[in-house]
Design a protein around this ligand. Structure first.
Ligand code: 5GP
Length: 260
């Protein structure tokens, strides 16, 4: 698929046009940011692993009927995806209290929630992605009540699916953030899951040791981000190489696989 002009550059990905007006190329960068862009770094190989993990998860979601934007992975850093008009809301699902929830409400870190908690944040860096209610979403016409119910249903099914998938490989799914968008294929607008699902967008703890295997390694300066992401990929059966895969090896590995 021929890569056209850059349409949008975000913190971790770039979107390029293609000759098909309904399809775009999603490029995974190595850039890492946190705390509303106050902390920035470039972690070699991160984009390659996230591309693979997100491809793995989204292609499995199609099998359980959760519609999403993935068409196919093109190469080590790029996916062909459906063009969507992103809904300006971050949809967060929590199973264990940590992160901003504990800071905001004083809930003890690590508290296992009786049932999954859905939160909504407005996607607006200038405002610091403020938390919003369902009423805000409906009042400001970001989604209708029926559309919000549909998304909430998808979030619950997605959480069940991801919880089971990660539990099966010895990982606790603590929380995650996803985004949805409107397609415009054949002029029929439909809400589908977009963006990515990866250790950048989920909190993942080893089931036994509770070692963090996600972007908190960057946020909290814990180091060893690439080995942690590689561990997630290996457990999901995406990478089969020996444990301590370095960023450079991941990059080489992907090019070798592509050449085959
Ligand atoms: P918290 O609100 O506790 O900071 O984050 C809750 C969950 O949503 C975590 O899994 C976190 O990684 C994800 N999340 C929230 N906002 C963002 C964001 O702007 N970017 C990314 N990559 N993940 C986010």
């Amino acid at each position: 698929m021929k890569k056209g002009k850059k349409l949008y550059e975000g913190k971790a990905k770039i979107i390029y046009a293609t000759p098909d007006k309904n399809l775009v190329i999603q490029y995974f960068k190595d850039d890492a940011t946190a705390f509303n862009n106050l902390k920035k770094s470039n972690i070699e190989g991160k984009g390659v692993i996230n591309n693979r993990i997100s491809e793995h998860i989204l292609s499995n979601l199609s099998q359980v009927g959760i519609k999403n934007h993935l068409v196919k992975r093109l190469n080590m850093r790029e996916q062909l995806v459906k063009l969507v008009d992103i809904i300006p809301i971050e949809f967060i699902v929590r199973n264990i209290a940590t992160g901003s929830l504990t800071k905001r409400l004083g809930i003890e870190d690590g508290t296992v929630l009786e049932r999954p908690l859905i939160e909504y944040c407005l996607k607006d860096d200038k405002l610091g992605d403020p938390i919003i209610s369902k009423e805000h979403i409906i009042t400001f016409n970001w989604l209708s009540k029926a559309q919000l119910d549909l998304v909430d249903g998808n979030l619950k099914r997605l959480n069940d699916f991801l919880l089971g998938m990660f539990r099966g490989v010895g990982i606790k799914l603590v929380d995650f953030k996803v985004e949805f968008g409107f397609t415009n294929e054949s002029n029929k607008s439909e809400i589908i899951l977009a963006d990515e699902i990866s250790p950048d967008t989920c909190r993942l703890w080893d089931s036994i040791t509770e070692k963090k295997l996600d972007k908190d390694r960057f946020r909290k300066d814990l180091g060893d981000l690439i080995p942690a992401y590689t561990e997630v990929a290996k457990r999901l059966g995406i990478l089969h190489e020996q444990s301590n895969v370095t960023a450079v090896n991941v990059t080489k590995l992907s090019s070798v696989k592509k050449k085959k």
